[in-house]
Design a protein around this ligand. Structure first.
Ligand SMILES: [Zn+2]
Length: 79
């Protein structure tokens, strides 16, 4: 069973690299050098990376009709 890795959430590159430091694994993008979260399990590290990728592709495209962003507008009143 192979866990497919989603493309980089930041530059959409498929040049991804799995690295481990000590006891943890993480996914690194070869193109923009962004790193995924470190996890003790290789599959978990990939899974978290994929979640970030999906979330980015969802929010990075067309703004949805129900944007979760709180529209904060500071109004300045003259006088
Ligand atoms: Zn990248």
């Amino acid at each position: 069973m192979a866990t497919a890795i989603e493309p980089c959430p930041f530059c959409r590159s498929h040049h991804l690299h799995l690295t481990h430091s000590g006891l943890t694994y993480c996914v690194v993008c070869e193109h923009c050098k962004s790193m995924g979260p470190h996890w003790e399990s290789l599959e978990e590290a990939i899974e978290r990376w994929n979640q970030t990728s999906r979330a980015q592709s969802r929010s990075g495209g067309v703004p949805s009709e129900r944007s979760p962003q709180p529209a904060q507008r500071i109004q300045h009143f003259a006088g």
